[in-house]
Design a protein around this ligand. Structure first.
Ligand code: 9UX
Length: 68
């Protein structure tokens, strides 16, 4: 298991935090996602054999936010 931190912009409330958390948690290979509104950040515990950082970024972007 590895841990990474993604910067997430575009979140303005707890609902957004929940949305991003759910999007990440839904990805196969993501064990744990912790999203913080201020500053916009997602700490993700994941299995690198199943999911990539790029896939996480893409999923967050698809949900209407922006990750880097
Ligand atoms: Mo609250 Mo976040 O309505 O889009 S979910 S701002």
């Amino acid at each position: 298991m590895e841990t990474t931190i993604l910067k997430v912009s575009g979140m303005s409330c707890g609902g957004c935090v929940k949305s991003v958390t759910n999007v990440l948690a839904a990805l196969p290979g993501v064990a744990k996602a912790e999203v913080i509104l201020q500053p916009g950040e997602a700490k993700v515990e994941f299995d690198p054999a199943q999911v990539t950082r790029d896939a996480m970024k893409q999923a967050i972007d698809d949900a209407g936010f922006e990750a880097s």
